[in-house]
Write a protein that binds this ligand. Structure first.
Ligand code: AKG
Ligand code: FE2
Length: 313
């Protein structure tokens, strides 16, 4: 999805596909040819700036793009790109993107200091990945300052939320009841339409296209947002599925965004049908999984985990 209304691309956005043209007229699809490695994308405006680009770090794919093919510094591949595509990235900048072509950080050219080499993940062994839950993790769906704003909104404007209940039926009538044998946490819907609109826009922009691509699922609607807090001594959600009763049978995918990280211990997701592995996205990162999977949020041992959740169909 293009950034709305001519807005600029931001960290967290996934680069849309585009054709790149080489000096010899050859055409290369960005997604087809250049995904799968950390990317540095430079958009210099002068030949001198193209020649002064820094030597790419090891393992980085370095692309120099412009309205014309420019002779760039060693280690850079140069292409022509449609200026209508690159305008939203700004000019005379160097973007860092992850191997999934998600923008991470933007630096003005010339760089004022060298860029650190991208972190190299230690690969898991196949014995470890033989049992791993089919969950999608999407980093940077919400910006850290937006996460902090949502936590403040929850604690201040929403009064810290209410104890979360489970739906019970008494003589056929549904009633919410607190049941510590199932879960303990505080929750509240967001009460500020502007914050809610921004949450919605970020999901449309960063989660919905990725769910379409990874799960081949066209999200059409969502349940209302819930802001959540799990605190030490009273924060967990035992193993459950999210679509088991008639009132929630329409749900297809659960989406949960962590609003903080590092300030608490415990509180990870676990999918016991698929092994012991724990999942905990970084600040602003989302976890998306089928509502049919058994999952739990482990007890918080220290601090408070804040999150936002909704269900998609
Ligand atoms: O804590 C979360 O992020 C979501 C927990 C959960 O599984 C649910 O609300 O159904
Ligand atoms: Fe759940």
């Amino acid at each position: 999805m293009n950034p709305a209304g001519g807005a600029r691309w931001l960290p967290g956005d996934r680069l849309p596909d585009v054709w790149l043209q080489g000096a010899d007229g050859s055409r290369w699809g960005l997604h087809a040819e250049f995904a799968g490695a950390p990317l540095w994308l430079a958009l210099p405006i002068t030949a001198a700036a193209a020649q002064a680009l820094p030597v790419p770090a090891e393992g980085v794919l370095a692309l120099c793009l412009g309205a014309e093919v420019m002779a760039a510094a060693p280690g850079w591949q140069s292409f022509r790109v449609d200026p209508n595509w690159s305008v939203a990235l700004s000019a005379d900048v160097l973007w860092q993107a992850d191997p999934n072509l998600r923008l991470q950080a933007c630096h003005g050219l010339p760089l004022s200091m060298p860029l650190p080499a991208p972190a190299v993940a230690v690969p898991l062994q196949s014995a470890q990945t033989a049992a791993i839950a089919p969950v999608l993790q999407i980093p940077d769906v919400f910006e850290p300052d937006f996460c902090a704003q949502l936590i403040r909104h929850f604690e201040v404007d929403c009064g810290g939320g209410e104890a979360s209940g489970v739906l019970v039926f008494e003589q056929g009538q549904p009633r919410l009841q607190v049941d510590p044998s199932i879960k303990q946490r505080r929750e509240s819907p967001p009460r500020d339409p502007q914050l809610e609109a921004r949450m919605h826009e970020r999901l449309l922009r960063r989660a919905v296209p990725e769910i379409a691509r990874v799960f081949n699922f066209p999200v059409q609607r969502r349940d209302p947002f819930k802001l959540l807090a799990y605190s030490a001594g009273a924060g967990y959600f035992h193993a459950h599925r999210d679509n088991e009763t008639p009132d929630v049978a329409h749900r297809r995918f659960a989406l949960s965004v962590n609003l903080n990280s590092g300030g608490y211990r415990g509180g990870e997701f676990r999918f016991p049908e698929f092994g012991p592995h724990r999942f905990s996205p970084g600040i602003g990162g989302a976890l998306v999984f089928s509502c049919s999977l058994l999952h739990e949020v482990l007890p918080i041992e220290q601090g408070t985990r804040y999150a936002m959740t909704t269900f998609l169909a």
